[in-house]
Write a protein that binds this ligand. Structure first.
Ligand SMILES: Nc1nc2c(c(=O)[nH]1)N[C@H]1C(S)=C(S)[C@@H](COP(=O)(O)OP(=O)(O)OC[C@H]3O[C@@H](n4cnc5c(=O)[nH]c(N)nc54)[C@H](O)[C@@H]3O)O[C@H]1N2
Ligand SMILES: Nc1nc2c(c(=O)[nH]1)N[C@H]1C(S)=C(S)[C@@H](COP(=O)(O)OP(=O)(O)OC[C@H]3O[C@@H](n4cnc5c(=O)[nH]c(N)nc54)[C@H](O)[C@@H]3O)O[C@H]1N2
Ligand code: SF4
Ligand SMILES: [Mo]
Length: 894
């Protein structure tokens, strides 16, 4: 049981029982996971003590990995036009279509849209196939939505897309500034590491810049609720302050940087004083000065930035504005001192290393240099080398909509939900001559629009490497056989390449062969000091299969000089530009492109703690829907009053002809005039709650990243004629204006509502479940309230409860637990009456997902005298496993 097994499913050698070290498939923290396998299933997971990213910790998503394996929607065979097909037929059809379209319209009429959730090996060969063999650079990825701003900011400043620091810097620093980063939810293990460091050294100062007061602010000394989009004003003001107060490291600048004078001039002209910065950012000038002083007076400062900076029409400039301050003070490349772009997806970094974006070529080489194109062409022995950049995501889907791109292959991403103006993306996919989707799930909103859907293997099955936020390459082990006919993504691409006639160049037997090739390319001619490329893993180019199997996490560059990897870059002040000097970039700060009209609010979007993107995996675990189970809208109480909304009721957001329904959550964490909605809900989980249908397709002109955080929208109350809930065993799409699905352990719960009365609730319920004949019902004479329960063989199959006002259909968790149980006459009565049996108590909303501890229980323990997180943990276990709920426990204690 304790032996560490190294098994690849490629040759399907599976040890039925073992403990396997692998890497979490969710966020860019890249935690090491020890998975316990029994009878070809993962039965438990825990954090790998030896992995440098997490040192044994896991967050709630990581520690639920084994509970999200068995999706009922898992795709098991290739599908061609909605019908099962064999691999040869499905790939043959796709290949023939690709060839016909290319023959008639040229290679730029086809495209790949990939994902930072692919492994590096998958990514590498997809990029090679498209750019070297099909002959177009129309290969872009969801990293465009995520990291494109940081990539360009890095390249402008350092000459290379390289994160200088490492996670230890976040612990060792004296001042940690988190800009547009909600680490408590989005990078929970990094957050835990920071929180622990703060506990050990309370003098460490933590600053959060975010328009909202997020869970991350629980550990902050200063929270600046800045005006959305104003970050670059703040950092321009900081640069000017540093100069004025003699905190610029002129020796460092003289020795290692270019562009200081112009950059300072731009900054000081626009934001001459801290008061001016405070005005632009709409925050207290005293707080601004306090943060400026912290930055100025400490050598160890780390500035972490994420989507609050990147997802903007001026995201690149924002990144550079903050990097400028680090360069001007030499706070880079040293322990505890660095700008730090924290990555979102498990392998967004790997994709960037491979060069799998439309404006990159390969291995940190670009289209700006004919020598690079020629070098890669030679290395790949490429017959059809793409010689210019391709279309970036938003332009790519526009070109599909316009009919210029006629075939697209979407791999490991769900653009019908996550692209801006998602409605147009759906239209584009509907119109496109050929849509191929490879996914592990067969019925995502995107897959539903595909002609060919190909079953891919997923975490625990697939095998290859990923790179996390601190440049650390780790192995994701494949140790289970993919179900049905699912194949690994690299195998699917290789087979497709062979079908197109390129078998000789895609004849890989094992991911290590791809990895070696990728490593060799990274090293090729990467010695000329004037044209050094940051990404270099030369020392891994001849790695043996066995060493690859045993690969310990290692940070690139990995070269002859640094065979054990490199913790920090730029310690010697040498950068990857031609003159080896860093560049400060003059920035004139700009606000978001669209301001709100008087009848609009600004819609900000982002993540919740327990869901991953479009919920394809996390949405299947009841445990992970306990914390937040429905699409919602965070609204300031003043806006609730202004727009006639009601806390706890539904409201509707509108833009671009699309609507988002969400439950109104009143909160003073929002600024007035701004609302926050989660990005996660989609057509599988709700009738109409896809935030991206409302997001404008406005992008940063330098990098093409969309402005996801700032969409002016209308907000209105939803005038419901009735509402209620439906609990049932089967996954259905209820026939009503609003529904939201919540996965239970043994079925589903739907919240339902409609703006129009139904002629009969009874008929409606029966029409949703035609197979059920055994019903009991209660309804009041005025038709204000209705409840019915349906049984199959005496077992509870459905409960539907509806009312004209929301209080009359209260939900109860005990009711959910009756589903599938044999219910006697007294039980039937209890269900209709909504009164649990003696001794049954209701938990309320789940706060601690790991131990399923609900709000009611926690509040009761607090009133019984538990005065701290520790005391609660001792009494009722909440917060003692992954710790993700600790910010909420603290808030409840307060
Ligand atoms: N639970 C969970 N974790 C995840 C993911 C997930 O889906 N679920 N996804 C992963 C991925 S791919 C990514 S990219 C990361 C993203 O990680 P984060 O970037 O931390 O997460 P977000 O919630 O997108 O946005 C962060 C914050 O930016 C703030 N913000 C909005 N506008 C502005 C602004 O103008 N200025 C500033 N300073 N802040 C602003 C928002 O209010 C929000 O709190 O999370 C990763 N981790
Ligand atoms: N409004 C708004 N929109 C956003 C954002 C935001 O903050 N606000 N954030 C943006 C960001 S940062 C990101 S990263 C994107 C993320 O958005 P997406 O990438 O579109 O979302 P996911 O749900 O992660 O989609 C991944 C898909 O890949 C499948 N999959 C998982 N593993 C594998 C595998 O190994 N192989 C294959 N072939 N398929 C697999 C899953 O089932 C799922 O369908 O969303 C972006 N959109
Ligand atoms: S922080 Fe959580 S989701 Fe991210 S890698 Fe670690 S365990 Fe996985
Ligand atoms: Mo992301």
């Amino acid at each position: 049981m304790t032996s560490t097994a190294h098994i690849i499913t490629t040759d399907s050698t599976i040890a039925p029982s073992a403990t396997v070290n692998t890497t979490c498939c969710y966020c860019g923290v890249g935690c090491g996971v020890s998975a316990e396998v029994k009878d070809n299933r993962v039965v438990a997971v825990k954090g790998n003590q030896e992995h440098p990213a997490n040192l044994g910790r896991l967050c709630v998503k990581g520690s639920s990995l084994h509970e999200t394996q068995a999706s009922p929607d898992r795709l098991l065979t290739p599908m061609l036009h909605g019908k099962p097909a064999d691999w040869d037929a499905a790939l043959g059809f796709a290949a023939e279509k690709f060839q016909d379209i290319i023959a008639e319209h040229g290679p730029d009429s086809v495209a790949f849209y990939l994902s930072g959730q692919l492994l590096t090996e998958d990514y590498y060969i997809a990029n090679k196939l498209m750019k070297g063999f099909i002959g177009t650079a129309n290969i872009d990825t969801n990293s465009r939505l995520c990291m494109a701003s940081a990539v360009v900011a890095h390249k402008r400043a350092f000459g290379s897309d390289a994160v200088p620091g490492c996670y230890e810097d976040l612990e060792q620093t004296d001042v940690l500034i988190l800009v547009g980063s909600n680490t408590a939810y989005a990078h929970p293990v990094v957050y835990q590491r920071i929180a622990r460091a703060k506990e050990l050294r309370p003098e460490m100062q933590i600053v959060v810049l975010d328009p909202r007061r997020t869970a991350t602010c629980e550990i902050a000394d200063v929270h600046l609720p800045i005006k959305p989009g104003s970050d670059a004003f703040f950092f321009n003001g900081l640069l000017q302050y540093l100069q004025q107060h003699n905190h610029v490291d002129h020796a460092y600048v003289a020795a290692h940087c270019n562009g200081f004078d112009e950059t300072l001039a731009a900054a000081s002209q626009q934001v001459p004083t801290p008061t001016a910065a405070a005005d632009f950012c709409e925050v207290n000038p005293k707080d601004v000065e306090r943060v400026y002083r912290l930055f100025a007076e400490h050598d160890k400062v780390v500035t972490v930035f994420s989507q609050g900076v990147n997802q903007s029409s001026s995201g690149v400039d924002k990144g550079n504005a903050l990097i400028n301050c680090h360069l001007a003070t030499g706070k880079i490349g040293k322990p505890g001192a660095t700008p730090f772009s924290i990555t979102g997806q498990p392998n967004a970094m790997g994709g960037r290393e491979v060069g799998g974006l439309a404006n990159q070529l390969a291995a940190h080489m670009g289209y700006d240099n004919p020598e690079s194109i020629e070098r890669v062409e030679r290395f790949w022995q490429a017959p059809n080398m793409a010689r210019r950049e391709g279309l970036k995501a938003v332009d790519m889907f526009d070109a599909i909509h316009d009919g210029k791109i006629k075939a697209v292959w979407v791999m490991a991403t769900n653009p019908a939900v996550t692209m801006p103006d998602a409605g147009k993306v759906r239209e584009a996919l509907k119109k496109c001559d050929l849509v191929v989707v490879s996914d592990c799930i067969g019925n995502t909103d995107t897959a539903k629009l595909a002609d060919v859907v190909l079953p891919a293997s997923t975490w625990s099955e697939k095998h290859g490497t990923v790179t996390n936020s601190e440049r650390c390459i780790s192995l994701q082990q494949g140790f289970l056989q993919p179900p049905g006919e699912a194949l690994h993504d690299w195998q699917i691409i290789a087979r497709f390449a062979a079908t197109l006639g390129f078998a000789k160049h895609f004849n890989y037997r094992h991911p290590v062969e791809i990895f070696r090739e990728h490593a060799a390319l990274s090293a090729l001619d990467n010695t000329d000091s004037a044209a050094l490329r940051g990404f270099n893993i030369a020392a891994l180019a001849n790695i043996s299969e066995q060493d690859y199997q045993n690969l310990s996490p290692i940070q690139w560059p990995v070269t002859a000089d640094a065979p054990k990897g490199t913790k920090r870059l730029f310690a010697d002040g040498q950068f990857f530009t031609a003159d080896r000097r860093a560049r400060l970039v003059p920035v004139t700060a700009r606000l978001p492109e669209k301001a709100a009209l008087p009848n609009q609010v600004i819609m900000n979007t982002g993540r919740i703690r327990d869901q991953w993107h479009t919920m394809s995996r996390t949405g299947t675990a009841a445990k992970l829907l306990g914390h937040v189970d429905e699409p919602y809208i965070d609204v300031h109480p003043d806006d609730i009053a202004r727009f006639g909304l009601c806390a706890g009721d539904l409201a509707v957001l509108k833009n671009r002809g699309s609507v988002y329904y969400g439950r109104v959550k009143p909160t003073e964490s929002q600024r007035v005039g701004e609302v926050f909605v989660p990005m996660h809900w989609n057509g599988k989980y709700a009738s109409s709650s896809c935030a991206d249908a409302l997001v404008n397709p406005i992008v940063d002109p330098l990098c093409g990243q969309p402005e996801f955080k700032h969409s002016p929208v209308m907000i209105k109350p939803f005038r419901q004629a009735w509402n209620g809930f439906l609990i049932c065993a089967d996954d259905i799409s209820p026939d009503c204006e609003y529904w939201a699905k919540i996965t239970l352990d043994d079925g589903y719960k739907f919240r339902v509502a409609d703006g129009k009365r139904l002629p009969s609730w009874r008929d409606w319920a029966h029409s949703q479940f035609l197979a059920i004949t055994d019903w009991v019902t209660v309804e009041d004479s005025d038709h204000q309230f209705f409840r019915t329960a349906g049984f199959i063989n005496g077992k509870l199959a459905v409960v539907f409860s509806a009312a004209t006002d929301k209080k009359s259909a209260p939900e109860m968790r005990w009711l959910e637990q009756q589903l599938g149980q044999t219910i006697d006459a007294a039980g039937r009565f209890a269900i209709l009456a909504g009164i649990p049996g003696a001794g049954v108590e209701d938990e309320g909303t789940i706060v601690c997902s790991c131990f399923q501890v609900g709000e009611n229980t926690i509040r009761k323990s607090i009133s019984n005298g538990c005065g701290s997180v520790e005391a609660l943990g001792e009494a009722i276990k909440c917060g003692t496993n992954c710790g993700s709920c600790i910010p909420e426990l603290k808030a409840m204690l307060r």
